[in-house]
Design a protein around this ligand. Structure first.
Ligand SMILES: [Ca+2]
Length: 397
């Protein structure tokens, strides 16, 4: 605990007002709420298992946890004066990340040393006129081409909400300035909320994009709708070869997924914000149906794939984005205002002991990524106020 307290104290802009006692309280919390939330549903079997493991392992047993992938050991402010950063994605050079701001529509180059430079805006971005803590939309995910070099390959891909709907677009980035604008996929319905937004290249070289149901749940079950899905597309926006239904859809039955990442074995894990009862972490498989709106959390409906972990929204939940270090899944939460550590268990199909960090310390947490070649995460706060958000650096040891 002393190491964490020391680390927290170094984040002066954020924690200056915190007393030492408060810092001690927030530094590290073993979370058992998913288990106390457990009911008779099979959904909670995972949470119950996690609790059992927690009970058999003394709280704060860091050495034990390190043996299976490390734990967050220190945190510091890398960069300040942000406005609701939505996504942080490193360029292939691993030295600089592109960062999107949801409401300003601006894109910034963020260096590992904390240097920050605005490189352009994504045009035609329309922000739904709603309370930002309740709605979603604006400039969302960013994914540079895996072979981006700023010269022969300048392609950078974005997801944003426009007047008529949500778009997947391509722009050019030469290392200094964004230019060009090509719509790759339109026709994704936009809502005041539930707009998904994560975009990333998979290990197979294709683009994966999470879309929300735009507050029309039935779209999530419609294989011909682009809403409530994880899409898999080419760099031109076409359906990727081998997709399960012969169109752009990779998986269906999603409500509002905002984050996903691949583990070392190439398995895709996605977070999903549920309605009122359960938020989810899902192991995504091609063609699988994740249930919404027929199921929220785990259910026994034939043909529906149940989540691997669930949260109650009011109990540390509302998960935003996902990053994986040493096969440990980290998830930021908006309402929960904490970072979750969810180790993939020995079967590779489930989650072990869940634990949360930085509870109510910084603010709502959304953007999350790994720093290439390191055991570090970059994590963005959200909705602290104009120019008051941070990009934080978390070291896993
Ligand atoms: Ca589900």
């Amino acid at each position: 605990m002393s190491l964490l307290t020391h680390a927290a104290r170094r984040v002066r802009p954020v924690t200056a007002a915190l007393t030492t006692a408060t810092a001690l309280l927030i530094a590290c919390v073993v979370q058992t709420s998913p288990a106390t939330a457990a009911t008779a549903t099979a959904a909670t079997a995972t949470a119950a298992t996690a609790t059992a493991k927690t009970a058999s392992r003394p709280a704060g047993s860091e050495a034990d946890a390190r043996a299976d992938g490390g734990t967050p050991s220190s945190i510091s402010t890398l960069s300040d004066k942000w406005n609701r950063p939505w996504a942080i994605t490193f360029l292939p050079n691993g030295m600089y990340a592109l960062v999107t701001e949801r409401f300003t529509s601006t894109v910034h180059l963020l260096g590992r040393d904390g240097s920050k430079k605005m490189v352009g805006t994504v045009p035609n971005t329309v922000v739904p006129d709603v309370d930002p803590t309740k709605g979603s939309g604006g400039l969302l995910g960013v994914a540079p081409s895996p072979t981006w070099n700023g010269t022969t390959d300048k392609d950078v891909f974005f997801v944003h909400t426009a007047a008529e709907g949500t778009r997947i677009v391509k722009m050019k980035f030469d290392g200094k300035t964004l230019s060009g604008y090509t719509v790759l996929v339109g026709g994704i319905k936009r809502g005041a909320d539930h707009n998904g937004g994560k975009i990333a290249f998979g290990p197979d070289g294709y683009l994966y994009v999470a879309t929300g149901d735009a507050q029309t749940g039935s779209l999530a079950q419609n294989r011909n709708s682009l809403n409530g899905k994880i899409l898999r597309i080419t760099k031109t926006g076409a359906a990727a070869p081998g997709n399960p239904f012969g169109n752009r859809v990779y998986s269906l039955g999603h409500r509002n997924p905002q984050g996903f990442a691949w583990d070392t074995r190439g398995r895709l894990w996605a977070s999903e914000i549920g309605e009122a009862k359960w938020d989810e972490l899902n192991l995504i498989k091609a063609g699988a149906n994740y249930g919404w709106p027929l199921c929220e959390g785990t259910c026994g409906t034939a043909g529906m794939t149940n989540p691997k972990f669930v949260w109650k929204p009011e109990d540390g939940g509302v998960p935003a984005q996902v990053a994986i270090v040493n096969n440990v899944i980290y998830v930021t939460t908006l309402r929960g205002q904490r970072l979750w550590r969810l180790p993939i268990d020995g079967t590779g199909q489930g989650i072990g002991t869940a634990k949360s960090y930085y509870v109510n310390t910084y603010a709502r947490l959304r953007a999350l990524t790994t720093v290439p070649g390191t055991n570090q995460l970059l994590m963005g706060t959200s909705d602290r106020g104009t120019d008051r958000d941070f990009v934080l650096k978390v070291t896993i040891k």
